[in-house]
Design a protein around this ligand. Structure first.
Ligand SMILES: O=C(O)CCC(=O)C(=O)O
Ligand SMILES: [Fe+2]
Length: 293
């Protein structure tokens, strides 16, 4: 199966007919990336200026925005200039929300907003620890942010203005990833969920599902041989394009690219149309037990 479903649509108001909406849900839930080659997110000259790499806090790799708490982080911009960045983030959040609602109306009542990010730093050669290195293939799982029953659905837009594509690798389907890495994982020790939460290491209790997802994420990134030999496809997302993907199930890596916007949405996995394709369902089947209690 092709990894991409390419759709037309060159503005953020585009409406989609019912058969395209169905095709889009099927594609996403089956691990495809929905790709809009001409759906451009425009930045003004001032916004470009304020999102230059020199304004990114060197301790962070991205500038981020929490649309629920109205909170901006990761920038060294002056307090005065922050309002322009906030406007930029709000615009991206509302445009991506509209896109998702038009394309995936069955998700609309159940979606919640996650963070928004702006990524002005060149991804190639960016220094980070192996586990944080997104140039290695992985499925998304975050140590401090347990997902439990939620899926991670992300919208990305390449905002590079010098013609540079965002280059990704897309790896094998989640079923194959899980079959290889789940047997190498260990069960959590008794009381670890309680301990992590009490010590504020996690924002909410880490489910057993999250425990396994995190290990799969780490083991994928740390396995050099796997990174080199596994089946993958290179995709170049040009400037002015947008794509949507379930990053908790689609194995992905960013090889290069500078200037990107990203919006995260969460969907309870039982609101999917094909629940059996959720990583939660696939791991529970492999583990032969309930992982979400
Ligand atoms: O920055 C990118 O292009 C993708 C990085 C990544 O792995 C992610 O956002 O989940
Ligand atoms: Fe990722």
């Amino acid at each position: 199966m092709d990894n991409l479903l390419t759709l037309g649509g060159d503005d953020w108001q585009t409406e989609f007919d019912a058969s395209l909406q169905q095709q889009a849900v099927d594609a996403l839930e089956n691990g495809q990336v929905i790709y809009f080659p001409k759906l451009c997110f425009e930045l003004s000259d001032l916004e470009r200026h304020l999102s230059a790499p020199r304004y990114v806090d060197p301790k962070r790799k991205n500038i981020h925005w929490d649309p629920i708490k109205n909170k901006l982080g990761g920038t060294l911009c002056s307090w005065e200039d922050r309002q322009y960045l906030e406007q930029l983030f709000k615009r991206y959040t509302s445009q991506t929300e509209r896109l998702i609602c038009h394309l995936l109306p069955s998700y609309e009542p159940h979606l919640t907003l996650g963070r928004t990010s702006l990524r002005p730093v060149e991804a190639k050669g960016r220094r980070s620890s192996a586990k944080k290195d997104d140039t290695r293939l992985h499925v998304d799982a975050f140590p401090a942010t347990p997902m439990a029953k939620k899926r991670i659905l992300r919208v990305f837009s390449n905002t590079n203005h010098e013609g540079q594509p965002r280059v990704w690798h897309i790896g094998e389907p989640f079923q194959q990833v899980a079959e290889q890495f789940f047997p190498k994982t260990r069960a959590p020790f008794l009381g670890s969920q309680f301990l992590l939460n009490t010590l504020n290491i996690t924002k909410s209790p880490r489910s057993v599902y999250d425990h396994y997802m995190l290990q799969i994420h780490d083991k994928m990134k740390l396995n050099r041989q796997y990174q080199q030999t596994c089946e993958k496809m290179q995709v170049k997302f040009p400037p002015g394009s947008t794509w949507i993907v379930y990053t908790d199930a689609v194995s992905h890596a960013v090889l290069s690219g500078q200037h990107l916007m990203e919006q995260t949405f969460y969907l309870p996995f039982n609101k999917m149309q094909h629940i059996d394709l959720a990583p939660q369902s696939i791991l529970q089947k492999l583990a032969k037990r309930e992982l979400l209690l």
